[in-house]
Design a protein around this ligand. Sequence first.
Ligand code: GLP
Length: 241
Amino acid sequence: MRICRATDYNDMSRKAAQIILAQIIMKPNCVLGLATGSSPIGTYEQLIEWYNKDELDFSEVTSINLDEYKGLSPEDPQSYRYFMNTYLFDHVNIDKNRTFVPDGLATDSEKSCAEYNANILKQGGIDLQLLGIGRNGHIGFNEPGTVFKKETHCVDLTESTIEANKRFFASEADVPRQAYSLGIKNIMQARKILVVASGEDKADALYNAVYGEITPEVPASILQLHNDVIIVADEAALKRF
Ligand code: GLP
């Protein structure tokens, strides 16, 4: 695992965006695994800035998102599809037909998850997976304390995640209790993994992910077994390093 130290959120975002830029330059038709949450927003803003300066072209890029709340429609402002449109897709020349986010409204969860997995293979696998990290060490919505799920699956969110994510909803009661998420195998099969982390509330999770035991108690710890992981984090998130 390589650690790239950033001074603050803006510096982290710029460095992370540079890695994505390099990926798209090296392979214009790459498959990006994308993430939501507050951590990658600055990275997306930087990518949009470069796109507006003609330094970046998304026309051949495919994207596969990590997760989605169960029960939310793509038009719901809290859905991750809406988030991706708002923070990236609506501002660049990506072909929306090649942007994939799990279907929050799927009536047959199992079938929908199986199709999502099959599509990852059909697209040729993920070249670069962008990840945030939950305060409890989750990646995607792979929550601590359960066995590692291999592929896309439906998850019961933990209290800690519901608490952390309630800031995006009118009240805690509005936070969905379930979500769809790529599994650990899907994530680990990405050819390269880029983790972004900012702020002191990620310090313990990041430290445990990098130096702790590899355990489902800290899902991000599995990344120690991947041979091409770069963590771009700011001083606050790296304060225990
Ligand atoms: C959410 C998402 C994760 C994200 C994490 C951290 O629950 N499912 O993919 O990485 O929480 O979010 P944030 O970056 O807002 O701290």
